[in-house]
Design a protein around this ligand. Structure first.
Ligand code: ADP
Length: 628
């Protein structure tokens, strides 16, 4: 029997699990039971159309047994089983998504979150077992197989004997150590408690032989100990229960078990409706993004049940992309059991349910935004990007639905703000919703362009994500107030007198600016004096529709089309540097051009662009220093 190596990534993860200081080793049982339950779900579904399986609804169950002498804990299910290939692929590999970057590998405290993110289910067995033996026979297969592993060293697969379809998992429980006691996993009462704690809602019976003491027949006070098979779980799916029977803890536990998260969800929603569509739904907003959330690998969707039978693991049609982070399930009587994926897409009932759920999610998010702002801020930090993409990619179609969910940092304070809150703070004379974009809040905060806005007491939205400005372009307005970039050339902040004054100065220095523009060539469309600058000598502003931030973003994308924003170099008339420029205009026009380039490059740097020719720039500065 040849031994195979685990794939490298699986091996590393396995190693981390085994050596982790993770204190909740006990969750291994929950993981194995939920796998067993999934497997039964699948075979049960098949059994509805394939009578040769010979199992009725009440025949399906999960069995647990312990053998203290041999230190084994065995979990058996009559689910769908695994073929040889499935054994190989499912148990030989963790996280099939390919290359995984394990950050903070050495920080044990990070283990939990890494492990949690992968939902490594089966492998958690190695937190308590030194050896695991899986014997399984798949539906539709004549041969059974045995998979065996003692952890990181690898695993082996060989043919085995097993009559019925299903899977048996034997865990050889570790010996106690100084720090950890493993004996408890061999105690029926402890196992019962763990099942109650984590797997009570599993829809199939979880059975175990247990000793109970009962009154001896024919006596009144004599007890005897008998062994009987006991149902450990209550089996009622949580979503069928009444909300008032359930506590927060019930929902949180269910979520963790079902969706392999180690953290409570940020929010749960329990929907029970009758009417145009009859269904129960349980929706959860995770506290943290799954590791692959912002990648192509991530699959959105809700579990879909028809009258309690799982018919689809991830029904994508139930969730719009902008709410793709939602986890959960829908159980409806209105859907046919053996409906195909294609038919499902056109199902009217399903569309109605999806629309209703969308409303539910939005309303719950708004409620969280209102009542639990800190939590909402965390939510938005985690998933806000998805909502902003939702606005951008729908070309305005989702504006109404999504705009109230947005949060932005602003020049007014530490805490992010809604657009509505911004508008409510707008000054009477303020015409626009101002925004400025940049790579970080502190960077935007020091942009020369927003000095005057701040000076006048106007609040500025700080856009730090690439998609932000594009999303605002799609919104165009909020409550009839137009969005305006702080870098746009027509901020319209000046009084009539101020405007006339600057026009006059610009006119007087027309030739000076023409020379500077000449020196800069195509880089800018204009050089002129600025009204918006207070202390900084220069800044770049934008004519046209494409802003400098948008230029950066568009040009960083694959297949970029080298877009260019129309840049205007604005000079502060009050700054001493303007006097120097005027002096040079009279004395040395070539040097004036050089100065233009230095000022332009400085403005570029402030904007967060990189310098086009750093060596040249450096030489020019040195020339300046030595008085050339
Ligand atoms: P997950 O459950 O998150 O997919 P696991 O590591 O727990 O990850 O399991 C990997 C896969 O192995 C499962 O998706 C399933 O296909 C298969 N599997 C695990 N346990 C069983 C079982 N008892 N019966 C049938 N298949 C199983």
């Amino acid at each position: 029997m040849s031994k195979k190596e685990f794939k490298a990534e699986s091996k590393r993860l396995l190693e981390m699990m085994i050596h982790s200081i993770y204190t909740h080793k006990e969750i291994f049982l929950r993981e194995l039971i939920s796998n067993a339950s999934d497997a039964i779900d699948k075979l049960y579904f098949k059994s509805l159309t394939d009578t040769s399986i010979g199992l009725g609804k009440d025949d399906f169950c999960i069995n647990i047994s312990v053998d203290k002498e041999n230190r084994t804990l065995t979990i058996t299910d009559n689910g769908i089983g695994m073929t040889r290939d499935e054994l190989e692929n499912n148990l030989g590999t963790i996280a099939k998504s390919g290359s995984l970057a394990f950050k903070n590998e050495n920080q044990l405290s990070e283990d939990v979150s890494i492990i949690g993110q992968f939902g490594v289910g089966f492998y958690s067995a190695f937190m308590v077992a030194k050896k695991v033996v899986v014997t399984t026979k798949a539906y539709g297969s004549d041969i059974a197989y045995k998979w065996e592993s003692e952890g990181v060293d690898g695993y082996s697969i060989e043919e085995a004997n097993r009559d019925s379809i299903g899977t048996e998992i034997v865990l050889y429980i570790m010996e106690n150590t100084e720090d950890d006691s493993y004996d408890k996993y061999l105690e029926p009462y402890q196992i019962q408690n763990l099942v109650k704690k984590y797997s009570d809602y599993i829809r199939f019976p979880i059975k175990m032989e247990m000793e109970t003491s009962r009154l001896k027949e024919g006596t009144e006070d004599e007890y005897e100990t008998v062994v009987e098979s006991k149902n450990l779980n209550s089996m009622i799916p949580i979503w069928r229960k009444n909300k008032n029977e359930l506590t927060d803890e019930d929902y949180n536990k269910f979520y963790q078990e079902k969706f392999h998260d180690f953290e409570d969800p940020a929010k749960y929603m329990h929907v029970k409706t009758e009417g145009t569509a009859t269904y129960n739904a349980l929706l959860f907003i995770p506290s943290r993004a799954p590791y692959d959330y912002y990648s192509k690998e991530y699959e959105k969707g809700l579990q879909l049940y028809s009258s309690g039978v799982l018919i689809m693991e991830k029904c994508a049609d139930l969730l719009p992309d902008y709410f793709s982070f939602v986890k959960g399930l829908v159980d409806s009587e209105d859907l046919s059991l053996n409906i195909s994926r294609e038919l499902l897409q056109h199902d009217r009932q399903l569309k109605i349910i999806a629309k209703n759920l969308e409303k539910t999610i939005k309303n719950n998010l708004l409620k969280m935004q209102k009542d639990e702002r800190d939590k909402y801020n965390d939510f938005f930090k985690t998933f806000g990007l998805q909502i902003k993409f939702g606005i951008y990619s729908s070309y305005g179609a989702n504006n109404e639905l999504l705009q109230d969910l947005l949060m932005f940092n602003t020049s007014f304070g530490e805490k992010p703000s809604t657009l509505d809150e911004y508008v409510s703070r707008m000054k009477e004379e303020q015409k626009f919703i101002y925004y400025a974009a940049g790579s970080s809040v502190s960077r935007i905060d020091s942009l020369p362009q927003i000095e005057l806005l701040k000076d006048k007491g106007f609040e500025v939205l700080y856009l730090t994500d690439d998609v932000d400005e594009f999303a605002l372009k799609m919104l165009m307005k909020f409550k009839d107030k137009e969005f305006k970039s702080a870098s746009s050339d027509d901020l319209d902040l000046e009084t009539k007198e101020e405007k006339e004054q600057i026009e006059k100065q610009n006119e007087e220095n027309k030739d000076l600016f023409a020379i500077m523009k000449d020196g800069l060539g195509e880089k800018v469309v204009e050089v002129r004096l600025s009204q918006r600058l207070k202390s900084h000598p220069v800044c770049l502003t934008n004519g046209g529709e494409i802003s400098m931030e948008m230029e950066k973003v568009l040009n960083s994308m694959p297949n970029n089309q080298k877009v260019k924003s129309e840049k205007i170099l604005e000079i502060n008339a009050e700054h001493p540097v303007f006097e120097s420029l005027k002096k040079l205009y009279g004395e040395d026009k070539e040097k004036l051009k050089k100065y233009a380039e230095i000022l332009y490059t400085q403005a570029l740097l402030i904007e967060g662009f990189s310098v086009e020719d750093p060596v040249k720039f450096s030489n020019m500065i040195c020339d300046l220093m030595v008085g050339k």
